[in-house]
Design a protein. Sequence first.
Length: 94
Amino acid sequence: AAVAWARAVGEYQPPAQPAQPPPTGATEVDGLRLHLSSISSTGYKGVFKIGSRFKAQNRVDGRQVTIGYFDTAVEAAVAYARAVGEYQPPTVAA
């Protein structure tokens, strides 16, 4: 009732919406820049959910190399970042 009255007299201001939603996953851990992915269900490049755990894997010379299995997606993403190095080439807009 109070909100309806405030709207009627012009005093109600709806809460401000954030400009963009906050990121759902970590982008940097222990000084490592994590490789985010918009197409992966985990949100991280090279990280896949296998059952209740997360698998980190990378390609080396065209072959898939398993880095390990982890309890969380962030732990797997950190392992992936360590395996491939911190450098992530910038994406070029087409």
